[in-house]
Design a protein. Structure first.
Length: 391
């Protein structure tokens, strides 16, 4: 019976591929159903690795089943040794496809594990360093791709010793041609190693218009969402050659303002300063403060308020809205203290008085020119400085 079946299959060669394809379809359908059923019973917020494994293995495993079917069909239709040309090309091709499927699975596993872990952390309301997680994910990708490259070269019978010797000479030439690219790669590694900032933090480059929130740290550039809503792509080499301020790690914000009083209110300055310091000492959101008479200004007495505003509890990031609210409360409270002592607050203006005198005669040759009459007080307003941009 077995001999007759073997003779029948040898005569009807098309039956074996058809049966193999049908069996492959059935196996693929069963694998997909089984993995989908298992995936529904797993939660990414609780089963981080199991969910990532089941979710990432579905498509690569079914592709591997098809590759196995093709290998069986090839072995049946063209046994090894009967077709030297096919053995020379088909066998390495199948090996390379198997490596690609394995790499596909490993890359999917790394990406799914990263997403599940971030979901797990957010689900539990825990803090994590997303920059470090992103760095580990990129390193996993790099190791997997290097492994794939070496394995494919071995399948192609490329001698690795010659390749390394050639790569050393070519690497020197490529290094000179790609200095900027190498500098950006080293800058990206510096960011991951030193952790000068992480995803979600605000950074500022003093003296430039580069400022915003870090969205992604790539191999070549870092994407920063500017505070005006425009995305910025900053080359990583810039972080090794320029000063940068991590705005999200500041411990306090600074107030440096003057309160202007009339010279006629000189006798009330000491009482205002004493009461103002008493009020400031009771403020729990001040890390440090100075409220003193500063100097005799042009047309006004200047009281200086210098203070560091911090959040409660101390040491946390100070949002700009909270800082402005605290600054408003402090400035208005000190102004109310001055008004309660009968003082008058002055605007930052200069008063110029032109005294009336005898009509002066116009210079010779300007008899028809306009000459001012009796002088009246004039007020020339000074231009206030632009408010400091901050977030």
């Amino acid at each position: 019976m077995e001999q007759e079946l073997s003779q029948f299959l040898e005569k009807e060669l098309w039956i074996f591929p058809v049966v193999t394809v049908l069996i492959t379809l059935a196996v693929n359908r069963g694998i997909h159903w089984l993995l989908a059923w298992r995936l529904r019973r797993l939660q990414p917020g609780r089963h981080v690795w199991r969910h990532a494994l089941v979710d990432s293995i579905d498509a690569p495993l079914r592709t591997a089943v098809w590759l196995t079917s093709l290998a069986l069909i090839r072995q049946k239709m063209m046994p090894r040794g009967t077709q030297p040309l096919a053995d020379h090309f088909v066998s390495p091709a199948l090996g390379i496809l198997a490596i690609i499927i394995l790499v596909w699975f490993l890359l999917r596993l790394a990406e799914k594990a990263k997403q599940n872990y971030l979901f797990y952390i957010r689900h539990r309301n825990q803090e994590t360093d997303e920059t470090a997680i992103d760095a580990l994910n990129k390193m996993a990708w790099a190791f997997i791709l290097i492994f794939a490259s070496i394995s494919i070269l071995q399948q192609l019978n490329v001698p690795l010793a010659s390749l390394l010797a050639f790569g050393g000479a070519a690497g020197i030439a490529a290094g000179f041609a790609a200095q900027t690219l190498v500098a950006n790669l080293l800058g990206g590694l510096t960011i991951y190693a030193s952790r000068i900032f992480k995803i979600g933090e605000d950074i500022i480059f003093p003296g430039t218009n580069l400022a915003g929130t870090v969205q992604n740290i790539g191999w070549r550039a870092t994407r920063v969402l500017g505070w005006d809503g425009k995305p910025l792509y900053v080359p990583n080499s810039l972080f090794n050659s320029s000063n940068m301020v991590n705005h999200s790690r500041l411990s306090h914000r600074m107030i440096n303002e003057h309160i202007l009083l009339r010279y006629e209110d000189y006798d009330k300055v000491r009482d205002i300063i004493q009461e103002g310091n008493r009020y400031l000492s009771e403020c729990s959101n001040l890390k440090y403060f100075v409220f003193r008479f500063d100097h005799f200004g042009d047309g006004a007495l200047k009281l200086l308020l210098y203070a560091w505003v911090q959040t409660e509890p101390a040491g946390a990031f100070v949002p700009f809205a909270e800082f402005m609210k605290a600054k408003e409360t402090l400035m208005l409270a000190l102004a109310d203290i001055a008004l309660a002592h009968g003082c008058t607050l002055l605007l930052p203006v200069s008063s110029v008085y032109l005294h009336a005198g005898a009509q002066s005669q116009p210079p010779e040759g300007l008899e028809g020119a306009f000459m001012p009459g009796p002088a009246q007080p004039m007020i020339a307003a000074s231009v206030p400085p632009d408010p400091r941009t901050a977030r």
